[in-house]
Design a protein around this ligand. Structure first.
Ligand code: BES
Ligand code: ZN
Length: 648
């Protein structure tokens, strides 16, 4: 880790207050006291009227920022990308609105080296970097004047910055050039930019990025799609976004356009497959717009990353980042694109105010994703995906335990890593809650509500309480019978487990696959797989029992070549089954998969399955030790804990 403090700067331990600062703090304290007092009064009043407050400021337990005092409104970055040292360095200019006339601007940083800070581009100022905390990093307190409009922060990132993954050429598809990408959600933006790292704070941004001349830089902003021979790229993001949507990637990239507003970036060797996989993108965007209103962000492009990308997708505005593991060749995994696209409304336009409200981002998005899939590919197809997801949700709840506090939609993550809230609960229990409302009020009314919801809260943030108040005001409107069927927030939002009655979903196609699986288990009859897509196969594999036996495994492999599957979802499911069955012919494929792919959703269950086998922990650790250097910090963080890995 970098030494982020130096004797030149004030430190938390030896800091003595200048008189003016002391009185400013007293003032700030009194002001906070007053705000608190007013809040208590308001809350009391609300309770009497049985109305919930809708626009009070939500405290974010994962940020040191104090937006009620001073809020960042625009960031201009001027950064150099140094592949030799794995460092980004340069300057971030933060414009801010000093609402309270404060003399301290509170920012978030983690593992940053802060070199100097200037007020309004001219006057050097002092600052204090607080001692680093494990997840939150170091608060950066900058001495500003009530009239200060902007600060220039000269800084450098650490080679270990958790948001950044620096890839060697061998880790890319083309194997010729290095690659860099960022992953800022949830609280990692602060590891590459000093800023107010809270989803409740929005700002616009611009950037000048210089990188090696052979490479292309792209950001979650206006991109001009062509290679610049001088290696200098300029970006502009005119719509205000929360910090977790800051994104940058640099690599050997090409662009392929589908129409005038959407296309895909990929490495040249990946492009033929990538360009073909997402041809439905223009239709998808139109379908989303027909559902919930105009797309607000100008262009919508995709960026296909190298396989170490720890997620399936990340909804960086204007430029969704996706894993190459969705390139199945038959367009069967594009629901992930529908998901990231849907975030352009749920998440990017209307944003969870804190990570405690994360289910608002993801639950809405899974619901919206499903509506897009239905519109494009029909009800049966969408139902198939929903039924598969329900299976996952039930499995997750069973594993966590029906009474586990983290099976509630609203989770207080104070003092915890927001990553701990990322589970099927936020995504799937969230989606089924919304589906429950849809089924109770009818689609027509529900869609009217949602259209209004996205319009009313556009470019704003929302808490769980605000959403529930919105539901009451604009949908339930005092109808207690309806409220009791549709909402029951004490069960859905604040209660653990899965409520009953639960929304009904059904897929005749998957029922037939389940029967085919039973027949195979019973008599060894191979299924008639004519017309099967990825999701039929998933259902089939998931229906096979833990004691299927190696002969049946071998028969399946002979007939369907699972071990050689190029479809990551099918392969991963098959590999997990193979581990549990002790089916050795898949071992080499497992090793190769774990060494190449870093997508957490895939590798976590595989390592878990290994650990569940007698003496499997050693094999897991041996493989992990080899693969770990190529994994992103996000996956490493999860697997280190799971495997009890202690870095040397
Ligand atoms: N925004 C998430 C990814 C994320 C969540 C990153 C929390 C960091 C913290 C993204 O939209 C997402 O949900 N991705 C999913 C795919 C989706 C189809 C469920 C993933 O990566 O698996
Ligand atoms: Zn998502």
């Amino acid at each position: 880790m970098l030494n982020t403090r130096s004797s030149r700067f004030f430190t938390a331990q030896n800091y003595s207050l200048p008189l003016s600062t002391a009185s400013a703090i007293t003032f700030a304290f009194m002001q906070r006291f007053l705000i608190l007092f007013l809040l208590v009064i308001t809350l009391g009043a609300c309770r009497n009227n049985t109305e919930k407050p809708t626009d009070m400021h939500a405290e974010d337990p994962h940020s040191f920022a104090r937006p009620q005092d001073a809020a960042v409104t625009h960031i201009d970055l001027d950064l150099k990308v140094d592949f030799a040292t794995h460092v980004l360095y340069g300057k971030a200019t933060l414009q801010f609105d000093n609402k309270s006339g404060t003399r301290k601007l509170h920012l978030d940083t983690r593992d940053l080296r802060i070199d100097s800070i200037l007020l309004d581009g001219v006057q050097k100022t002092t600052f204090e970097l607080m001692p680093s905390q494990p997840i939150l990093g170091s608060g950066l307190l900058v001495d500003v004047l009530p009239e200060t409009k902007s600060i220039d922060i000269h800084y450098a990132t650490s080679p270990q910055a958790a948001a950044l993954q620096w890839l060697e050429p061998e880790q890319t598809a083309g194997r010729k050039h290095p690659f860099l990408f960022t992953q800022s959600q949830a609280v990692l933006a602060r590891t590459w930019i000093p800023l107010q790292d809270s989803p409740g704070i929005r700002f616009t941004y611009s950037a000048r990025i210089s990188c090696p001349a052979a490479l292309m830089a792209v950001m979650s902003a206006e991109n001009d799609t062509s290679l610049h021979t001088d290696g200098v790229y300029r970006f502009n993001m005119p719509q205000p976004i929360p910090s977790y949507l800051m994104a940058l990637a640099v690599g050997d990239l090409q662009f392929h356009a589908y129409d005038s507003r959407c296309g895909v970036y990929a490495e040249p060797v990946t492009m033929p497959v990538a360009a073909n996989e997402f041809v439905d993108l223009p239709m998808m965007i139109s379908a989303a717009e027909e559902l919930y209103g105009p797309y607000a962000w100008g262009r919508y492009d995709l960026l296909v990353l190298p396989p170490s990308f720890p997620f399936g997708g990340m909804e960086n505005p204007r430029l969704t980042f996706v894993t190459p593991t969705i390139l199945a060749g038959d367009r069967s995994l594009v629901s992930l694109v529908a998901h990231e696209l849907a975030h352009s409304w749920s998440g990017n336009l209307v944003t969870n105010a804190t990570w405690n409200d994360f289910w608002l981002n993801e639950g809405f998005t899974v619901y919206f994703e499903s509506r897009i899939m239905e519109k494009l590919y029909g009800r049966d197809y969408a139902d198939m995906l929903t039924v598969l997801s329900l299976g996952e949700l039930q499995k997750t709840v069973a594993e966590m335990g029906n009474e586990h506090p983290d099976t509630r939609l609203y989770i207080d993550l104070t003092g915890r890593d927001p990553d701990e809230g990322v589970s099927d609960i936020a995504y799937e229990k969230g989606r089924f809650f919304l589906l429950n409302i849809e089924q109770a009020v009818g689609r027509e009314r529900w869609d009217v509500f949602l259209n209004q919801y996205f319009k009313n809260h556009a470019f704003g943030s929302i808490t769980t309480e605000m959403f529930l108040a919105d539901l009451e005001k604009n949908l339930i409107q005092g109808d207690s019978k309806l409220r009791n069927i549709a909402i029951r927030d004490s069960l859905w939002v604040y209660g653990p487990g899965l409520p009953t009655p639960f929304p009904k979903v059904h897929s005749a196609a998957l029922d037939r696959v389940a029967s085919a699986a039973s027949a195979f288990i019973g008599s060894g009859t191979l299924p008639d797989t004519a017309g099967w897509t990825t999701h039929h196969w998933m259902q089939f594999l998931r229906n096979l029992p833990a004691d299927l036996g190696k002969d049946r495994m071998a028969a399946l492999d002979r007939a369907f070549h699972f071990t050689d599957s190029g479809n990551s979802e099918i392969l991963c499911q098959w590999l997990e089954l193979s581990i549990r069955q002790g089916y050795a012919p898949a071992n080499a494929a497992l090793d190769a998969f774990l060494l190449r792919v870093g997508r957490r959703k895939f590798i976590k269950p595989l390592y878990q399955a290994l650990c569940d086998q007698p003496a499997g922990k050693e094999r897991a650790l041996a493989l992990y030790t080899k693969a770990r250097p190529a994994y992103h910090a996000v996956s490493v963080q999860t697997l280190d804990v799971m495997l009890g890995y202690v870095p040397k």
